[in-house]
Ligand binder design. Structure first.
Ligand SMILES: Cc1cc2nc3c(=O)[nH]c(=O)nc-3n(C[C@H](O)[C@H](O)[C@H](O)COP(=O)(O)OP(=O)(O)OC[C@H]3O[C@@H](n4cnc5c(N)ncnc54)[C@H](O)[C@@H]3O)c2cc1C
Length: 292
């Protein structure tokens, strides 16, 4: 596979996850270009080899068994091309870097993304967002690779989406995305970001390993309120802990296993269902090798 990209063997996925949980993958490949990635997918299909694409691993709870397949990471897809009020960005670009680049040209409408610790690819496929805004609002088109390894351009109106969801997920590899940009007051926006950042530091356990919010907020109540009410704040299973700073965060306190986290999630779901008849929905993607 060396002809397709940089190949790493027997890599621990803990190092590719903000949760620091994940097993050893037989291969991790960083394709050099779109064409090489297309050839890699065709090669893997032909050899019936399982593969999975990851971004920054900030929205993934990764199985910690051995993965006898290929993890693909788009670290070399880092181009950012501006044209008039449009920008086309490679999927491997980290969101905060993209926001900073936009500031240089006076564009501020995507600043809200800067506190989300993901890549462009990961953010677009899950429709990441915060403060009442979401990334899909600014997408014009995406360049993707389908399961057969063919490159396609999809206009926004060819994508269905909703809260933290798009039809791109698990169907396509997003190669690059074109966004519509809007100018604004960069200094004011940076001040606003600083405020929001301080609020997050005060409210969330950002100094611990996590994947952000564990559950979506149901319509009735914020998830953290329900978790508090069932008395799960501060509770542990193995090395996984319900954060005492923010009850909707599970943190990897001490070498937590995948199983610890799933067990803790299931206990919370059951208690909330029993007491309030509300079915909590997990927000990050739970990645199990036997489901690929
Ligand atoms: C401290 C913290 C705070 C967070 N705050 C927020 C927040 O405010 N709002 C929010 O929405 N999220 C938040 N998150 C969750 C997470 O950062 C986002 O979901 C982010 O968009 C995930 O991007 P990623 O690059 O890390 O993707 P990953 O976690 O690596 O992958 C997520 C999914 O995207 C897929 N994927 C990744 N790249 C591609 C690609 N190029 N093509 C196709 N599929 C791809 C993967 O297969 C996987 O299914 C937070 C996480 C943490 C740890």
């Amino acid at each position: 596979m060396n002809e397709f990209g940089k190949v790493l063997e027997n890599v621990s996925l803990k190092d590719y996850s903000t949760f620091k949980i994940g097993g050893i993958t037989k291969y991790l490949v960083k394709p050099y270009s779109e064409e090489k990635l297309s050839k890699l997918i065709k090669y893997l299909n032909k050899n019936k080899t399982k593969y999975y694409i990851i971004g920054n691993g900030s929205g993934l709870i990764i199985d910690d068994n051995f993965f006898n397949g290929v993890i693909i990471k788009l670290d070399y897809f880092k181009d950012i091309k501006y044209q008039d009020n449009l920008v086309t960005v490679g999927s491997g670009v980290i969101l905060s870097n993209f926001v900073n680049d936009n500031f240089k040209y006076g564009y501020t409408n995507l600043a809200f993304l800067s506190m989300i610790p993901g890549t462009i690819g990961g953010a677009v496929v899950v429709n990441a967002g915060c403060y009442g805004d979401e990334i899909i609002n600014y997408v014009k088109k995406v360049k993707v690779l389908d399961k057969a390894g063919n490159i396609k351009i999809l206009d926004k109106n060819e994508i269905s989406y909703g809260y933290r969801y798009t039809t791109l997920k698990d169907k396509y590899i997003v190669l690059e995305t074109t966004f519509i940009l809007k100018k604004g007051d960069v200094l004011k926006t940076k001040e606003w970001l600083k405020e929001q950042n301080n609020k997050r530091i005060n409210a969330q356990p950002l100094d611990k390993f996590s994947v952000g919010s564990i559950f979506r907020n149901p319509e009735e109540h914020p998830a953290w309120v329900l978790i508090d009410k069932i008395g799960m704040r501060g509770k542990t299973v193995g090395g996984a802990l319900v954060s005492s700073k923010h009850a909707n965060f599970i943190v990897n306190e001490k070498d937590a296993s995948f199983k610890d986290v799933i067990e803790l999630i299931n206990i919370i779901k059951k208690k909330v269902k029993d007491k309030y008849e509300i079915s909590l929905v997990v927000e990050p993607t739970i990645l199990r090798w036997d489901e690929l």
